[in-house]
Design a protein around this ligand. Sequence first.
Ligand code: SF4
Length: 438
Amino acid sequence: MKIFLETYGCQMNVSDSGKIVYLFAGQGYQPTTDSKTADLIVINTCSVREKPELKIFSALGRYIPLKRKRPELVIAVGGCVAQQWGDKLIKRCPGLDIVFGTHQLDILPDLVSQVRQSRKAVALTDFQERPGGMEVMPAPAAEAVNAMVTIMQGCDNFCSYCIVPYVRGREYSRPHAAILEEIRRLAQLGIKEVMLLGQNVNSYGRKEKGEINFAELLAKVHEISGIERIRFTTSHPQDMSEALIFAFAELPKLSPYLHLPLQAGSDAVLARMGRGYTAADYLEKVRRLRRAVPEIALTTDIIVGFPGESEADFQETLAMLEKVRYDQIYSFKYSIRPGTRAAGFADIIADEEKRERLARCQALQDKISQEILAAQVGRRAKVLVTGASKRGAGEWSGRTPENRIVNFRASEDTRSGDLLPVKIVAALKHSLKGEVVG
Ligand code: SF4
């Protein structure tokens, strides 16, 4: 039996897709990249980015006709779009067999067996008190150096533009004992770097009685031998505690790298977004972080053209890029998510204006990113080797502690997972070039 999986969106979805492959491997399914020979097609959807439904309908338009030749083929749609549409998706797309929500990942194999027997389509999207799938722990691929570990899911913040609380449900933190057990197992299998995942990891443990907080969790992960680097995503600035800032200074394995979503630089826009902080609050957190760890690299998310964003508001976003000097930004034009508060906001910005602001924002950031990379030349860094470079020619690729990509030549006995001292000799457009030293 073969499973073909198509994944859209964020790291949480990528992690969930890994779990789906693992669950079906236990049932004898092999992954395939050829949808035409698959016995099961799973589309794992995301509704955070623009026009998500269009992508799903177009994918189903490609896959459902395959059933004419292979009537035993089962097609399932999961993730955030599935959560929003529920059984309406089955009515809209005859031939689709399963719609499963973000809390039903663990029962997908049962749903597939049920559909194979009954040949009746099924939609299951109820939120559970404890999201199913949190305790599915896939084995890492051979040669893998890093692994993602889900520590919490859902969000209680309800930012006015965001669909996450409606499609992933309310915040739930996984028990820390289960997280640590999974990471110990990963370390035994050779994993050197873990990425702790959640929609708002900074609020880990807040709602569960007796649970430790995020900074305490990091300290416990830090004790696990074999794990050399720890990263996490995503953080909400308003929940970034002093204890977490202190952890960056105290825990050498915690990468000096943080993705800290800003979204906008204008206080008026931030208030309409419901973000719970001002630009000054954000800058103060950055100042404290850099006082604790001067070399920390920051990345962020920016939304341009939020309803009511004036040119002056937008200029404040550009000013924040200049002040913070991020390594990279992930920037997007605002687009409406039906069902969110912002979907009802007036003062919509014309698409042309949004496009033009986005281009200006990205041009400024490209300049800053280039300057930051250029400033690395001559420095030495301990690079975690992640594999052969995509550029080929006997080069290896790795990451500095600040998560910057470095390509370099190294001896033949180099292996993924090695930690090598590398001198940075050149800055390219999105990466660095290095030489192994010492
Ligand atoms: S904190 Fe993040 S996930 Fe939660 S509602 Fe706001 S943007 Fe969405």
